[in-house]
Design a protein around this ligand. Structure first.
Ligand code: EPS
Length: 388
């Protein structure tokens, strides 16, 4: 059974980020330009820090695609870090026999031992026995989500061949909430894409920007909530037969493991606790042509761990980024003395970027389930199995 799987590697200020994807059937159109458009969506967003002015994230497909189509071989993707040019001495792979004064100074300047509460620093340093927290930061950084978005973009290009499409939008930043939803998904998508906070309402976007500016002025950071929606899904992705096959469970894992995400909801989500069963469950109606339809989607497109033919609706909550000018009380691991947390360049708010990452992660799970269900080593077989 073909399954979509991948691994990534790369440090935030290392040479590059890399992924190898396996399980992409042959004959699927894969375009670098489409991946690059998603990378630009992730890189942008109001509230991002100065790193994003240095980068111009572009993917290079290094293998597995020829003359515009997948060959069935593993696909290798690479994104170069422009910032590496400023970190070469610090991120050197070889140990120095005779480091220059300049290199030693840079390594010293960029090493740190004052743990940032909320980041991976403390637990990572103990787990991997890393004395310089630079070694923890480099891989735990959300920088690696760039290559994950590239993988997600490949997943979306496979799904699109079968008319399965999705999008994401931001529904809350700090305490500013999107109360007015445009009427259709097409409008929500259009408006969110036009907003630099990825929010589908202009007035709410203005208020979100003001909240971000205020947090930045105070040396603070802001989190928020985002929503991912996918439509035209077949009934039957996921399963109830074993706990690890439930689609909602797999999607929750995929979103929860994005750096800084603290909660995931499907459909009505936590609001379900306030509803009676008669209010919660989406009644089923039968049309003249004997097809079934619903007027509500509190299930968020999943019942019994399986897609039910309605749109998949998933929400995630991102905490405020833990790297802050307004530094918190912490421990200096060098001498176990009380201290203030390390600060370095960071974002004030990355919820818009996080929504794009979540969209990619959901696409990765959906394509894996889709390939498992319909099977096939190439596009022709897949279409025959799917009946299109
Ligand atoms: C990020 C790149 C990073 C951070 C951010 C995400 O760049 P740098 O560390 O060089 O400023 O801007 O990562 C974090 C905020 C974090 O805490 O990990 C990116 O490409 O998205």
């Amino acid at each position: 059974m073909k399954r979509f799987r991948f691994l990534t590697s790369g440090e935030s200020h290392g040479k590059c980020l890399t992924a190898i994807i396996e399980g992409v059937p042959a004959g699927i159109r894969i375009k670098e330009a489409v991946i690059n458009a998603d990378l630009a969506r992730r890189q942008g967003g109001y509230g991002r820090g100065d790193r994003m002015k240095i980068e111009n994230d572009k993917v290079e497909i290094k293998s597995g695609v020829r003359l515009g189509k997948s060959t069935g071989a593993p696909i290798c993707l690479e994104i170069k870090n422009n910032d590496y040019a400023n970190w070469e001495d610090v991120m050197a792979v070889q140990d120095y026999d005779y480091p220059t004064e300049e290199a030693l100074k840079k390594i010293e300047e960029r090493s740190f031992t004052r743990v940032r509460p909320g980041h991976a620093d403390y637990a990572g340093s103990i787990k991997y026995n890393l004395k310089d927290l630079r070694d923890v930061l480099e891989r735990s950084s959300a920088r690696k989500t760039a290559i994950e978005v590239a993988v997600g973009s490949v997943a979306k290009q496979i799904l699109k061949e079968f008319n399965i499409v999705g999008f994401s939008h931001v529904v809350q930043i700090g305490n500013v909430k999107l109360d007015f939803y445009p009427k259709t998904y097409t409008l929500i998508k259009q408006k969110a894409e036009a907003s630099d906070v990825h929010c589908a309402d202009e007035m709410t976007s203005d208020r979100m920007r003001i909240a971000i500016d205020k947090a930045a002025e105070e040396g603070d950071t802001l989190g928020g909530k985002f929503e991912v929606i996918f439509g035209n899904l077949p009934v039957g992705l996921g399963s109830y037969v074993q706990w690890d096959e439930a689609l909602d469970g797999r999607i929750a894992q995929a979103i929860m493991s994005i750096p800084a995400v603290k909660a995931v909801e499907v459909g009505a989500g936590v609001e379900a606790a306030n509803l009676f069963g008669s209010q919660m469950h989406d009644e089923i109606f039968v049309a003249k042509d004997k097809s079934v339809y619903r007027q509500t989607n509190n299930a968020g497109g999943i019942e019994g761990g399986i897609t039910n033919g309605e749109s998949l609706v998933v929400r995630g909550t991102m905490k405020p980024i833990p790297t802050m000018r307004k530094s918190l009380a912490t421990v200096d691991l060098k001498n176990m003395s009380p201290s203030n947390a390390h600060f370095e360049r960071s974002d004030t708010c990355a919820v818009p970027a996080c929504s794009v990452v979540a969209e990619a992660r959901v696409a990765i799970i959906l394509v894996d389930e889709f390939l498992a269900k319909i099977g096939g080593d190439n596009f022709v077989e897949m279409k025959a199995h799917y009946g299109v």
